[in-house]
Design a protein around this ligand. Structure first.
Ligand code: UDP
Ligand code: MG
Length: 314
């Protein structure tokens, strides 16, 4: 018997787990089993250090469905990237799906995704949102700017509006697991490993319950991580700024010398001096900041800390 694994990272999602399970189970029984009866299902729920009753909800579900439901519990909140990695490590399926528990990723797409791999012979079927309905305009604006920027400066292309919701073959999962880095930006990693990928589009869905874990600032810092992890161009930017301001300074110097020779040397001009100094100082700090970002990433990698720590019950 072949198997499909469903990986579900959860952080404080107690009210959604049963709902999610029932929704996927329904699609599996009515839409997947009739077409691909050779495929069984397994769930890997990851409790990312939840402080509510998420773990209890897993345990309850596992008792209901001993064969299919498995879970891992983290010793603290390690973030969804770590949870995803743990899920990929544990999954034993021939096909592996990543899904979020809030039902923003419609389980009804699963049959289409499976057919994409089994019938159309893609290695990965990903999903993306066609719209950002119900999202603040400013958020959509920055999100678009992020995709534009990262695709312009990084060799790893990231599909605009792509979700983490995807189905992959065992080979792709193993390829992603072979990237042991500590700083994980999954959207980039999935794209970096390559393979033939198809994207399905769907309309934005609202969360079934609970609330998002991402504030605007979280998203900004997530975007910066994405850029730093998948491009070294910002470093080149620093040299570019340095060179450009050097050339401008030389030209300005020639101008000042010539002007002094022709018109004498009036002691005006300190406001412009101060602004130039401030501008250059600012640029230097900005570039130092970029360099610092890369150093901190390298520093974290060299520690070789585990991506997550799981906790077993006593
Ligand atoms: N999540 C997680 N660890 C975290 C934050 C989120 O495992 O530190 C899970 C969360 O439970 C959900 C998924 O990641 O299943 C996506 O989170 P969310 O729905 O808040 O993100 P959004 O859909 O708003 O991008
Ligand atoms: Mg969500």
């Amino acid at each position: 018997m072949k198997k499909i694994s469903i990986i579900v990272p959860c952080y404080n999602e107690q009210e959604l787990i049963q709902l999610f399970y029932e929704a996927v189970q329904k699609v599996y029984e009515t839409k997947i089993v009739p077409i691909w009866p050779q495929y069984g299902l397994e769930y890997w729920f990851i409790d990312d250090g939840s402080t509510d009753n998420t773990l209890a909800a897993f345990q309850q579900l596992a008792q209901q469905d001993l064969d299919q439901v498995h879970y891992v519990s983290f010793s603290r909140n390690f973030g969804k990237e770590a949870a995803l990695y743990a899920g990929l490590q544990h999954a034993t399926g021939d096909l592996v799906a990543v899904m979020y528990v809030d039902l923003q990723d419609p389980p009804t797409l699963l049959p289409q995704m499976i057919s994409g791999i089994l019938e159309e012979h893609y290695d990965v079927v990903g999903t993306k949102r066609t719209d950002r309905k119900g999202e603040p305009v400013i958020r959509s604006f920055f999100s678009n700017a992020f995709y534009g920027f990262i695709n312009a400066i990084s060799d790893t292309k990231i599909e605009r509006g792509a979700r983490d919701y995807r189905l992959m073959t065992r080979q792709v999962v193993d390829a992603v697991l072979n990237l042991p880095e500590y700083n994980r930006f999954s959207k980039g990693l999935f794209s970096w490993v390559g393979f033939k990928t198809k994207y399905l589009s769907y309309e934005n869905q609202d969360r079934a319950a609970g609330h998002t874990h991402w504030s605007f600032l979280d998203l900004v810092s997530y975007s910066i991580d994405g850029i730093i992890n998948f491009s070294d161009k910002p470093l080149a930017l620093a040299s570019f700024f340095g060179l450009a301001s050097f050339i401008i300074a030389v030209l300005a110097m020639i101008f000042i010398v010539v002007r002094a020779l022709i018109f004498g040397n009036p002691t005006v001009g300190w406001p412009s001096m101060v602004t130039i100094m401030l501008m250059l100082g600012g640029l230097q700090l900005f570039c130092l900041g970029i360099v610092g970002k890369y150093i901190s990433k390298a520093y974290l990698e060299t520690k070789h800390r585990p991506i997550y720590i799981s906790k077993t019950e006593k």
